[in-house]
Design a protein around this ligand. Structure first.
Ligand SMILES: *Cc1c(COP(=O)(O)O)cnc(C)c1O
Length: 361
């Protein structure tokens, strides 16, 4: 492990415990969202760790679903954004559960399939980025009955504002969703609406299953924290160089930081080419020796620079924590996202390919 310039440590036990806590809290089935490489955590190990807890997995794209099938994951796999009719053959071949919101795609799948294909219907109740408008669903379902190899095994919607304190629009969406459900005779479908925010804050959105992503990884999407979640990811790098500069000397591209006194500085081996946001230039903080140290100057592609205290006893190779705990100190994903002017989701999914994932089982 000592030769990584930067790596993340993923606590798979924490992810499994988070999933168990969510299941116990909701008492519903769990559709574990593992899109975007399990929010940057590493999708195959995460999915394997959740096998015993999750009732179904959800990915964003057909490619993600196929990759999991090729890795030997046989569990039910919902593809949240499957839209191109050309991909119908892969849905059938890899036994993925597509999201249906239009006739053409449904028709193509039915044409190709030689045995029943489970599908979920995406109902647009006001998020307005995908799905079939709620007022048209009942009629569409009737038409779908003519496609005899398609089996509608799920109905879902997605909430636009569940992470906001004002839940009025959530109620509007849930009422629209319920108006569709009232017209459906068959009770066999899996009904789901709750992302992490709704899972933690809107019990009436739980229906038959919840569909959380972020919270599985131990991050809260909003202020509501009814259960304890453990962050699963620690991001580390190592010191690559230590130097001293005089008063008024600058650091890194553009010399945007100017030393106000003679200062010791250290280069750390992480940059925006690893997904460490350039927005943290002169704003970020990292942990060295259990205390916070500021990023000075611009974050570069491969490295960044931090200011050292005169008392710091550091050398090349020492551990630096970017996200996570070191001694009594901690930098959370939320803090880092806030400083960089973004959200935890973006920080996690931008952690780059050069950052080695190390799994703790
Ligand atoms: C990403 C996604 C989720 C999970 O959202 P979180 O906020 O990470 O819990 C659930 N449903 C859909 C349709 C999504 O796109």
């Amino acid at each position: 492990m000592d030769d990584y310039r930067t790596h993340v440590e993923i606590d798979l036990g924490a992810i499994r415990r988070n999933a168990e806590a969510i299941k116990a809290y909701t008492g519903k089935r769990l559709i574990a969202v593992v899109k975007a490489d399990a929010y940057g955590h590493g999708v195959v190990p995460v999915t394997e760790a959740l096998r015993s807890v999750a009732d179904m997995f959800a990915v964003a794209t057909i490619e993600e679903g196929v990759a999991l099938r090729q890795a030997g994951i046989r569990e039910p796999m919902l593809v949240l954004f499957s839209t191109f009719p050309e991909q119908a053959a892969q849905i059938v071949e890899y036994e993925l559960t597509p999201t249906i919101a239009d006739w053409e795609f449904a028709y193509r799948i039915n044409e190709i399939a030689s045995k029943p294909v489970h599908v979920h219907i995406n109902i647009n109740t006001g998020m307005n980025r995908s799905g079939m408008r709620w007022t048209e669903v009942t009629q569409f379902l009737n038409r779908l009955e003519t496609l005899n190899r398609l089996e509608v095994s799920g109905l879902f919607t997605h909430l636009a504002t569940a992470d906001e304190a004002d839940k009025r629009y959530v109620s509007v969406q849930l009422e629209r969703f319920s108006s569709v459900l009232e017209n459906i005779s068959d009770g066999g479908e899996l009904i789901h609406a709750a992302n992490s925010a709704a899972t933690l804050a809107v019990p009436e959105s739980h229906f038959g299953a919840v569909r959380p992503g972020l919270s599985l990884y131990g991050i809260y999407p909003a202020s509501e924290k009814p259960i304890v979640l453990e962050p699963a990811l620690t991001w580390k790098t190592r010191i690559g160089w230590v130097g001293s500069i005089s008063e008024a000397e600058g650091v890194s591209y553009g010399l945007t930081y100017k030393a106000s006194h003679p200062t010791r500085v250290a280069m750390i081996q992480v940059g925006y080419g690893d997904g460490y946001p350039r927005a943290l230039s002169n704003i970020g903080e990292v942990l060295i020796g259990g205390t916070r140290h500021p990023i000075i100057g611009r974050v570069c592609m491969d490295v960044s620079v931090v200011e050292l205290e005169p008392t710091d006893n550091v050398s090349v190779g020492d551990e630096v924590v970017l996200i996570g705990k070191q001694g009594d100190a901690e930098i959370t994903v939320d803090e880092l996202a806030h400083r960089a002017g973004t959200i935890s989701y973006e920080i996690l999914t931008q952690i780059g390919k050069r950052v080695k994932r190390i799994f703790k089982y």
